[in-house]
Structures are given as C-alpha cells and as structure tokens.
Design a protein. Structure first.
Length: 114
C-alpha cells in the first residue's frame, strides 16, 4: 500500500510524505505506483522550478519514499501546487480505492522535524 501523510498547519500544507508500493500490478506495470510517483516528484520539482521555494526533501527509492517538508509557510504558488498534490492523491483514491492508497492528515508546524 502507498501511504500518503499530509501535514497541515493553519489550513495550509507544510509537508507531505509518500511511501510504499501499491501492489496493484507487477513492478514496472503498476499504474497506481506510476501515478503516485508522478504526482509526488512533479510536485517537488514544480515547488522548486515554478514556485521558487526551498524545502527539505528525503528520498529512498527502495521503500518508495519521497518526503517534502517546509520550515516556513510556502508562498502562494507553492500552496497552489500543494493543493494540486492533495487533489491528485484524492483522485487516485477515488478511482482505484483505498486498498492501494491511504491518505492521512496530521497537524504540525512548519518548524517541526520528524
């Protein structure tokens, strides 16, 4: 299962963590893993290239981990991109069900490191 944890503070997203594998199909043919990877990686790349934001990132290909964490409130462009990530994750869950992707929200402040 792919686990998505979105950290929110005062209504805005200050972190996201995506890890695991969907198990929907064989490796290389799993469309859910592909979709979630694209959402996660594209968001991180866009936060840097389009929103010109700085953030901490952790990645581990073996466990399928990508974590993005802000130590400040993201700018307006970044907030839009993060809202889009949330919408994309929910869209995958709506289409394929929560047996492959789980979404959890946690309250945190941007300065918290886990």
């Amino acid at each position: 299962m792919i686990r998505v944890v979105i950290g929110k503070h005062d209504g805005y997203i200050c972190s996201y963590r995506i890890s695991g594998h969907a198990g929907y199909a064989d490796q290389g043919k799993d469309i859910i893993c592909s979709a979630m990877s694209m959402i996660a990686i594209n968001t991180a790349n866009s936060l840097s290239a389009i929103a010109d934001e700085t953030f901490d990132v952790s990645q581990d290909d073996d466990s399928g981990l990508l974590e993005v964490r802000f130590d400040h409130r993201p700018n307006e462009k970044a907030e839009t991109l993060l809202d889009s990530l949330e919408l994309g994750v929910q869209g995958v869950i709506d289409q394929y069900g929560n047996e492959f992707v789980s979404l959890t929200y946690v309250h945190e402040t941007p300065a918290e490191k886990q």
